[in-house]
Design a protein around this ligand. Sequence first.
Ligand code: KG4
Ligand code: ZN
Length: 337
Amino acid sequence: MPQMKILSIESSCDETAAAVVEDGRIVLSSVVASQVEEHKLYGGVVPEIASRRHCEAINGVVGKALEDAGLGFGDIDAIAVTYAPGLIGALLVGVNFAKGLSMSAGLPLIPVHHLRSHIASNYIAHPELEPPFLCLVVSGGHSHIVEVKDYTEMKVIGKTRDDAAGEAFDKAARTMGMPYPGGIHLDKIAEEGDPNAFALPHPKVEGSPYDMSFSGLKTAIINLIHNASQKGETLPVKDLSASFRKAVTDSLTEKFISAAEALSYKKLVLAGGVSANSLLRRRVSEECQKRGWSCYYPPLHLCGDNGAMVGAQGYYEYLAGNTADTSLNARATMSIE
Ligand code: KG4
Ligand code: ZN
């Protein structure tokens, strides 16, 4: 088959993004317009604002992606778009824009699952990486351990029972006075702290061995801070951050490694916004190294939401015959399977 160029669009949360990707692996352009500065004022994403900003930005972002790639619509073979899961009003902007483009240019429309695209960011960074592998997908909204049996065949074997890891990082960071999204700030500050300064609970989930829970940890850190402030004390933010980061990453790493052992996977992959966490990257790499396994994670610029990862996964969805017509709708929730 001749090379396939996909124009891809992402608008599931607070980044309006577009890219042109060739054969699922080569990024010809990638444009990300972040709304973070505006949502910061409110301490989190305001869905109504997110939708409006997507509407304003999408035309320019898509145009810039084509311009940066030096291409016109005549050079594009298909349109891929994130259609689930995410903020419904935000997703709808990308989906409707993509439907319009697909219809007017007469190009196939490829719906892409947001978490599948996070996994696919690794295909861009690691040309040799192919399924099957075991993946820890950790973002602001999801924490999953997924068997990636093939590019479009996945099985969830563990997930969080409550908060996602990213959500827990953001809430802990917010309680310590850091700006939204706090995960990245907490990670930086934690580098200078003592991870053993505070004893935090080790989250346990009854029943499924690979399920996770972060709400207890989040409550524990909030209580520590509030109890101290009632006594007029302030706790050292560096040590609190380091202890919290250790507790979350220990839990993620232990579940991930034990799942890989049980299912005999020797190729482990990290994906999603929280895969940018420096301790998580170190911990999982070390555990893999000890066992002679291979370990992959995306470079920092591909960890957060972007259009390139949508084009990467879109290519494999297209090869699997997963295209849609203009009846495609956005969905706030949807299983990765
Ligand atoms: O995948 P993503 O960009 O958006 C969603 O699909 O949710 O993930 C965003 C999440 C946020 O919660 C953010 O705080 C977290 O990823 N994050 C981090 C780091 N960088 C981003 N969490 C911990 N350490 C980091 N370095
Ligand atoms: Zn995401």
